[in-house]
Design a protein around this ligand. Structure first.
Ligand code: FES
Length: 325
């Protein structure tokens, strides 16, 4: 399966603070952006120390016609991505992709629960707008460190009224996941975007409630590796060749470029289709997926080629494929 995102030159048309350490940045691309569904994201080529890296951000629903806007949180330990984004000013030129959607609304449920953690509100803001516009039965539970760090509170309150519940941690408010899920009808759906611990807690609550996993959809923050992206080289078992993975390409992309077949789907470290065996590695494995278990990650014999990397150096991998002779 090919990634059908198209890379475009773009210019920053707006950059403004919308909450503590959160900025809204809007882009006009060299061709008008197509209309996109809630849950869509774009990729941006970010300059980071020592090279470039690809960062993905959810599209906001409030961009001008033909434009695209994203919400970015400045991470205190940023390895360069969010710092690059925070440094953008009006008129700066960047490379971005057309929107893609791997977190789309099903539109089939009788009611919806949206669960946002911090900057994870960005895709859910658009979903809430779209669902409300169609008169859908929805609730949004929105948690954050403090009210000041939580963007879009005003528009969401105006849109949803008492269908929005806000949980500010500094006020001791935590989302009661079991209580939030309980009122959903048996075929109701849960959409989550937030940090990994929130997702895992929500998945456990969903399972405790005996609900079908197919009715829980989620997106986690990507790009959460422990190391800055640097180039690395893999030797591929069964193929007499080495493939170098640049800092701004994934292992999956680099294998694809080299004509080495791989199956994949989500490209977000969720489905596990792109997992390769690691037969040896000279650099540390920077696991960035949510598919492998903690034990598998510690073992260090597998990695998700779409998101995970080697923190420099070399590795020997086995894709499970062999060249046709
Ligand atoms: S393509 Fe789904 S985990 Fe890599």
């Amino acid at each position: 399966m090919k990634n059908d995102a198209v890379w475009l030159d773009a210019t920053v048309t707006a950059a403004e603070d919308i909450a503590e350490s959160v900025r809204r940045i809007e882009f006009a691309a060299s061709t008008a952006m197509p209309v996109f569904d809630p849950g869509s994201h774009i990729a941006i080529r970010a300059a980071i120390p020592g090279g470039h890296a690809i960062r993905t951000y959810s599209c906001l629903p409030d961009a001008g016609p033909g434009r695209v806007a994203v919400g970015v949180k400045l991470h205190p330990n940023s390895r360069g991505g969010s710092r690059f984004m925070f440094g953008l000013t009006v008129g700066d030129r960047v490379r971005i992709t057309t929107p893609q959607n791997r977190f789309d609304l099903s539109w089939r449920a009788p009611d919806y629960l949206l669960l946002a953690g911090g900057i994870g509100v960005t895709p859910l803001y658009g979903m809430a707008q779209a669902l409300a516009a169609r008169g859908a039965d929805l609730r949004l539970e929105y948690g954050g460190q403090s009210l000041g760090t939580m963007p879009f509170l005003g528009p969401l309150r105006a849109l949803l009224g008492d269908r929005l519940t806000v949980h500010a941690q500094d006020q001791g408010a935590m989302i009661d996941l079991d209580a939030a899920i309980a009122p959903l009808s048996p075929t109701g759906e849960l959409y989550i975007c937030g940090p990994l611990p929130m997702l895992e807690a929500a998945k456990r609550a969903w399972a405790r409630a005996g609900r079908a996993s197919s009715r829980l959809r989620y997106e986690v923050f990507g790009d959460t590796g422990r190391f800055t992206e640097v180039p690395f080289t893999v030797r591929v078992a069964g193929y007499d060749r080495e493939v170098t993975v640049p800092s701004d390409r994934s292992l999956l992309d680099a294998l694809d470029d080299a004509g080495i077949p791989m199956i994949h789907d989500c490209r977000r470290g969720e489905c596990g289709l792109c997992v390769v065996d690691v037969l040896g590695h000279a650099g540390e494995i920077d696991h960035r997926d949510v598919f492998l278990s903690d034990a598998e990650k510690r073992e260090g014999t597998k990695l998700c080629a779409c998101v995970s990397r080697i923190a420099g150096g070399t590795a020997v991998i086995d894709t499970g494929y062999r060249p046709q002779r």
